[in-house]
Each structure stands twice: as structure tokens, then as C-alpha cells.
Design a protein around this ligand. Sequence first.
Ligand code: M6R
Length: 611
Amino acid sequence: MCGIVGYIGSGNAKDVIIDGLKKLEYRGYDSAGIAVVRDGKLEIKKHVGGIANLENLIGDDPMTSNVGIGHTRWATHGAPSDINAHPHGNQDNTIAIVHNGIIENYQELKQELIEKYGVEFKSETDTEVIAQLIGVIYREKKDLLDSVYSAVSKMRGAYAIAAVAQDEPDKIVAVRKDAPLIAGLGKDSNFIASDIPALLKYVKEIYLIENNETVLLTKDQVKIFDENRNEVKREVFHVTWDADAAEKEGYDHFMLKEIFEQPKGLSETLNRRLNDEGKIKLEGITLTKEHIENISKIYIVACGTAYHAGLVGKYIIEKLASIPVEVDVASEFRYRSPLVDKNTLFIAISQSGETLDTLAALREAKDKGARVLSVVNVVGSSVARESDDVFYTWAGPEIAVASTKAYTTQLMCMYMIALYMGLEKGSITREYYDKFIMDLKAVPDKLENFLKNVSQIERDAKMLYNKEQVFFIGRGLDSAVSYEGSLKLKEISYINSFAIAAGELKHGTIALMEPGTLVIALACQDFLYEKMVSNIQEIKARGAYVVSVAKEGNDAIAKQSDQMIYIPECRDEIAPLLSVVPLQLFAYYVAKERGCNIDKPKNLAKSVTVE
Ligand code: M6R
């Protein structure tokens, strides 16, 4: 999705902005642009395509200036083009703005600007309407902050906006409503951005901007105002990620780096929530024993990979805490009639914490009286802020569009939530709980060892990369993991892949099995192992080529399979933490073999902030 970077200070704005925009590339975009005020004149440069195109356009021009804003656009209103790229200027090109989000009433505003003020529009975007509106208001007010306030009062929708004016080169004004925005606090310089990685190289201290707040940045200070223009005091948020976290550090792709970071992310996520006696501590969480005892139902709501983590969460919470759980895709949850009341616990899972569908579902559940517990990676994100309680995943920044370490750390949170609830409710014994925690603690080392030798997976991928379709099958928790394996493969390799519960195959999908059809079969649930072997036999009988994933020592399945991938021995419940990793690697190596753009697959954005 779109990204914003703004800079004001003693350095050269263009350099900081281009660097910041590159750090936001992972969000997905189709054009990029920059506006600076140089020698009292506003200059805008923008280009369709990657930031490299923008850099070519700028060429050797230093665009020397101490103030500017930049943007990566992911098209919503109007096709990707030079004209539709941000920043957008007003009629006489004295004010420029960048914008993330959607202005719902832009048609009305546009009409009014044309009819009343004779404004001539250049682009098809809703964003230009904001620039023109601010421009018209500025003619009278001659004050950027005043004009932004006034314009925003006429706008409906979701947005983060940053604006600069030719006649006020000593400031940037930014405003947030339902789209992420942070301000970075530097020395002799201040920053605005839609995401932390854009600023990691420059600042560690930031302000998290809240909805309906306006920010006034000068070189020396950052002031935040509420919607009534009262100044707001905000605590400084210290970012713990280091700048390297957003670099590839020798790996070919962020995705591979992030796969290999999973042992660390898992132990961080677990250990931050364990006290000295190995008990889960709920520091900062207000959910009480009484709340837990009164929960009649849990909805886990999320999108994509986070939804798949929810599928595992359902199995575990129902098993350990004996509470009924429904898992919903966020975009569907809102448009049915979920039976939510004050005894419902709503669990939102989101890496970015900015996914609009998840956020909207959360708000709906809250309105109906549910308590909201979220599992989020980005500290201070919208989902985190709007929840009653947050379980953070300590995965560190996830840059690749394909989610990997966020998924496994989300699973870790699901285990902890289920164990905590189970113990509080008395549905599991302390002995069971202690043993389970011990087993979870062992996972990072097991995974670390597993990752030392992945050459077999790479070889399998090299042999199988040209398949046109792939099926993922499994039973129980393995079927939940199959969905994730399938999504990983399709999103980065563009192979048509399909996941199905193995027992369901014979009810239709088996019709697609023919000689050579590639099936990845997960058989990591001991109590379902024999049933899985039978399912594999059924598809082998139709000529399928089967790659099985099983726990070390389960050799019987090898006789039925064409290739084997063994994961370390573990209890059934936590097998998803280990079995998903070969699937992530398989997807990665297949995509690499096919020459795909692994970290930024086509048509996808890292953080989906539109409906
Ligand atoms: O930031 P979120 O976890 O809310 O994002 C949800 C999905 O958009 C995300 O998991 C998406 O499916 C990934 N591309 C999967 O790899």
C-alpha cells in the first residue's frame, strides 16, 4: 500500500526522502514521487514504476532543499501513471500533498471546486481533490495549518496526509484518520512517515500519531494537535528495532532472511511472556480470570496468513481451554451477522496491525460489546491501539510481502493464550501446562538445527518448480498448515496451488489427480498418521507425485511417497511451528527457480489498508 515520508531539517530533504521511500518499497506500490521547496519554489517530480524510475527522472539534480515530502502510490482512484502519482499540487502549484487512504466524498468536493472556483484537475485521483481544496482555502487563510484543518473538516474517508507550502518552507503539516502515521524526532531535523522502517536509519524516538490528530513539524519541534486544535502531549515511543533489521544482511531476499530469523522470533515471543517459574505472565493485559470464565465464545478474525494462524489457534484453544472458537476471514465477518455479545472474546491477528478489513471487523465486534485481544507485530499500530489487550509477536520488522516469521510468532501467541486460559479455567492441569511450555521452549533450537540443512528442499524445488498446479493436504492441524503452505507458494511463485483437508479429497478434488500431479502431504499428527497414509495411497493410486512432510522416525510413509521432508520430533499440537518452515522454503526456492520477484510479488501489498 502507499507510503509517506516527509523531512524537515538541516540535511538535504531529497536524499532522506528517497532513502525512506526505498525502505517502504516492501509495502507494494506502482509509482513514486517527491516534492521539495527549493529557493522559494515548490518542485514536484514523480514517475510511474519503481523508485529507480524516479531517481532516473531526478538524475544529477540535487534538488537542494531542507523540506520535502515523498510518496509511493498503490493505485486506487485512477490507473498507475505519472499524472496520478503523488505528490499532487494545487492549481498554481504552491502547495503539495501526499496521501494514503481514500476520500469517500471526493466526487462532491471535486464538483464544488470546479463549479465554484473553476479549478482544473489534472489527475483522476481523490488525492488531487485534497490538494486543490487546501489550495483554495489557502488563498484566504494564508496559513498551511489553518488550511489543512479547514479542508479536513470537509473530507470523509480514511487518510494520512502530509502537506508542504511554497510560502511556508519552514513547516510540514500532516494529519491522520484511520491510516498509519508516525513522526520521527531527530536532532535539527524531524520526520513524518507511514511506517517505522522508513525512519530507522535516522531516528529511534517517535511519536505515534492518533486518529484525528494533526502534526506540525518544523526543524526544531513536532507539535501534535487534536481535532479541536488543542495541543496534545504525547509520550515518546522508543523503537527497539535496529536499522539492520530492515536490511537483507547478506541474504538474497528478505523472505529467506525472515525464514531464518524464526528461531529468534519464537524465543523472543515466548520468553518475553514467561516469568522465572516458567509461567505465562500477562503484563499489560487486563483480561482477568473472571473474564476468561465468562467467555462463551471466541471469534478469531484476520486475513491471509494471519487467518491461517487463527485456524491453528482454534484447534489449540478449543483443546486446551474448552471454549468454542470460530475463525473468520475479516472481510466476511463484517458482512454476516456474527453473534457477538459482551461474553464474546474477539481475537484479531495482524502482522501490520493496519489491515483495514481486520480493523473494521474489530470495531464492529467492539461496538457489539465484545472484549478485544489482539495479536500484533507492529507496536502502536491501529489494531493494537484499538484493542483492550495486545499480545505482541516479537518477530521484528517483516519486510517481505510473504509473511513467514509473523505467522510462526502468531502461532506462539496462540499457544500461550490457550495455555493461559486453560490453566485459569482448570481445563488443563499444571503438569500438562508445564510440560507444554517446556516443549515450546525447545522449538527454537529444533528449528535452528533444522535450518542448518535445507539443501534437500532446495533440490526438490529445483526438480518440481515447473509444475502448473500443486495440492497441499493434511488432517487436523496439518490441514491448517496446508492452507498456509499453499498461500505461500501461490503468492510468490504464481503457481495455482490449492489446499484441502485430506479426508475431504474423495468428495470431489480427487477428480483432479492424474499422473504427475504434485501433492505436498503433511503427516505430522501422530494420531492421524495412519489415516494420512491411507489418503496418500489413494492419490498415489491415481498417479500423483507425493512429497510428504513427517516427523523424524515416521518412516512408514516414505514407502508411499516420492520424496520425504522430515521435521524434528515434537508433540502433535506444536508441529505447525516446525512443519510450516519446509513449506515456506519450498515456496521460496520454487519462486527463485522461476525467476519471480520474491519479496515484492506482483499485485500484492504488504499492508492492505483499503477494503
Ligand atoms: O498485516 P496483516 O497480518 O493483517 O496482513 C494480513 C494479510 O494481508 C497477509 O497475511 C497476507 O496474506 C500475506 N501476504 C501473506 O503472506
